[in-house]
Structures are given as structure tokens and as C-alpha cells.
Design a protein around this ligand. Structure first.
Ligand SMILES: Nc1ncnc2c1ncn2[C@@H]1O[C@H](COP(=O)(O)OP(=O)(O)OP(=O)(O)O)[C@@H](O)[C@H]1O
Length: 259
């Protein structure tokens, strides 16, 4: 059972340290959010938002640019505490962003275990790099990695933390089409193996339907629509059911395909 931390914050205009209240809570959710509100100035980007993610569930989050997807992910990652509402998340979380964010002055394997307690453990790092197919790159500097390799290193850095909740913020957006397809299958494979919950922020409806158990559409600061994807994996993008789901989700995003 996942242990978790709870933040129950109600006054967004006070300094964070006054409002932060972290405590252990019961397990049973990878994430449980109630009444989450985040303002930037007068603008309410998250507006009383509720969200549940079950242990091991793969959830994709879609929404128009600027609707608040990354803001929500940053709150779940505990990178933003300027909030009102209740946020309970699995204690073990890991994040991978669109930019791999590797430290240029550390070799790849040292990046993977950076921040973990104890002495840097090379064999642990290499095992994680092996899982993502780039253990042969363990001793190079990040600058020599291709975009796809850097993103894999970023995934290895997340996985080595053995997260109960993996937060992915458009991790494939900067990759070319072929590398992106390979990275998507890798994430599907890693998820099947690790069975951690995943929240994937993406702009790509097809990617969401390919990978997720449930796809959420964010609009006006809340989860405006959710769609459970009951198709067996691996999913066939050419299947009529896939097409119907995609069309419906695009409709929620305000995109209407020509018939
Ligand atoms: N630190 C900040 N200060 C002020 N405004 C911010 C800040 N961070 C985000 N915003 C604003 O909040 C809104 C939501 O931003 P966010 O990055 O969460 O959107 P998004 O849905 O992830 O967008 P995209 O899909 O383009 O990445 C935007 O209007 C953005 O300008």
C-alpha cells in the first residue's frame, strides 16, 4: 500500500511555509485531489479541480495550450505549493519533463542517481539505463546524447526512484516522429513492468488513446471530460473504436474533423 503525503492548503496568498501542511495519509490512491485552486494574479488557472488516480493506473491529460496541465502536474510533483485545496499523492513520485534537464557537468549515470540518498550507485544507474536501452551511454556527458537518448536518460532517472506515481510532462513533444513512436512503446513497456501510476500530459490525442487507461480533458480549470479506454493493448490506431474515441476527444478539444 502506498504511503502518501497530504497537503491541505487553504490560503493561497500567504507564504508557502505557513500554508504547507504535510502528513502521512492512508494509501489507496496514487493521487487524490479535491477542490484544487491555483491563481496567478487574478487568473484562476485551476478552479476547484478534483482528480483521482488509482495505483497503477495510466492517465493521460489533454487540454488546450495554457489551460493549466503543467500547473496541475507541478502541484502533484510538489514543485508548487501556492494552492488552495487538498492534494494527497503517493510518497514516491518522479517527474520527467519535455526537456530532459540533465546536469551538463555530470556523466549520464551520475545524472540518473543524482539526489538519491547515499553514495552514487553506478550499478543501480546502469541497470536503469539498461531498462531504457542506453546502458552503453552511462559514462558519456549529456551533451553527446541524441534527443531520444537524453529523454531515455531522463526516464531512467525517474524510474530509479521506483515511483508509485510517475509524472510525465509532454516527454515526447520535442522528439522526431520515429523516435517518438519508439519512446511511446518504451513507456508502455516500462509501465507494464513497473505498474506505477502514470500521469502523462500530452497534446497528442493519438498518444493519449494509445497509452492510457483513462484520458482526461482539462478546460476552464477543471477536468471537463474523462474517457475510459476499454481497448485491449497493444492498441490499433486503425480500429474503428480507436477512431471514434479520437474524434470524440478532439471534439472536446474544439477540433472537429471533416467527414
Ligand atoms: N509562474 C507563473 N506565473 C504566472 N503565470 C503562470 C505561471 N505558470 C503558469 N502560468 C500561466 O498559467 C496558465 C497555465 O499554464 P500551464 O503551463 O499550466 O498550461 P499548459 O496547459 O501546460 O500549457 P501548454 O500545453 O502550452 O504547455 C498559462 O496562462 C500560463 O501563462
Amino acid at each position: 500500500m502506498a504511503t502518501g503525503v497530504q497537503r491541505n492548503l487553504t490560503k493561497p496568498n500567504q507564504p508557502a511555509e505557513n500554508r504547507s501542511q504535510q502528513r502521512q495519509v492512508r494509501g489507496g490512491h496514487a493521487a487524490r485531489v479535491r477542490g484544487l485552486t491555483r491563481r496567478f494574479g487574478e487568473r484562476e488557472v485551476l478552479n476547484n479541480l478534483d482528480l483521482d488516480i488509482a495505483p497503477g493506473e495510466f492517465v493521460a491529460l489533454l487540454g488546450a495550450s495554457g489551460c493549466g496541465k503543467s500547473t496541475l502536474l507541478r502541484v502533484l510533483a510538489d514543485l508548487d505549493r501556492e494552492i488552495a485545496g487538498t492534494v494527497e499523492v503517493a510518497a514516491q513520485r518522479a517527474v520527467a519533463f519535455q526537456a530532459p534537464r540533465l546536469m551538463p557537468w555530470k556523466t549520464v549515470w551520475r545524472n540518473v542517481v543524482l539526489g538519491l540518498p547515499g553514495r552514487p550507485d553506478r550499478s543501480k544507474a546502469v541497470a536503469a539505463l539498461d531498462e531504457v536501452g542506453i546502458s552503453h551511454r552511462a559514462d558519456v556527458w549529456p551533451k553527446v546524447l541524441s534527443g531520444g537518448e537524453a529523454q531515455r536518460a531522463s526516464l531512467a532517472r525517474a524510474l530509479v526512484r521506483e515511483p508509485d506515481l510517475l509524472l510525465l510532462d509532454e516527454p515526447f513533444a520535442a522528439l522526431d516522429a520515429l523516435t517518438r513512436i519508439k519512446a511511446q512503446s518504451l513507456v508502455a513497456e516500462l509501465w507494464q513492468r513497473h505498474r506505477c501510476a502514470v500521469l502523462l500530459v500530452t497534446h497528442d490525442v493519438e498518444e493519449a488513446v494509445l497509452l492510457a487507461d483513462r484520458v482526461l480533458v482539462m478546460k476552464d480549470g477543471i477536468i471537463a471530460h474523462e474517457e475510459t479506454i476499454a481497448m485491449p493493448r497493444p492498441r490499433n490506431v486503425a480500429a474503428p473504436q480507436f477512431g471514434r474515441i479520437r474524434t470524440n476527444l478532439l471534439g472536446w478539444l474544439g477540433v472537429h474533423e471533416p467527414h
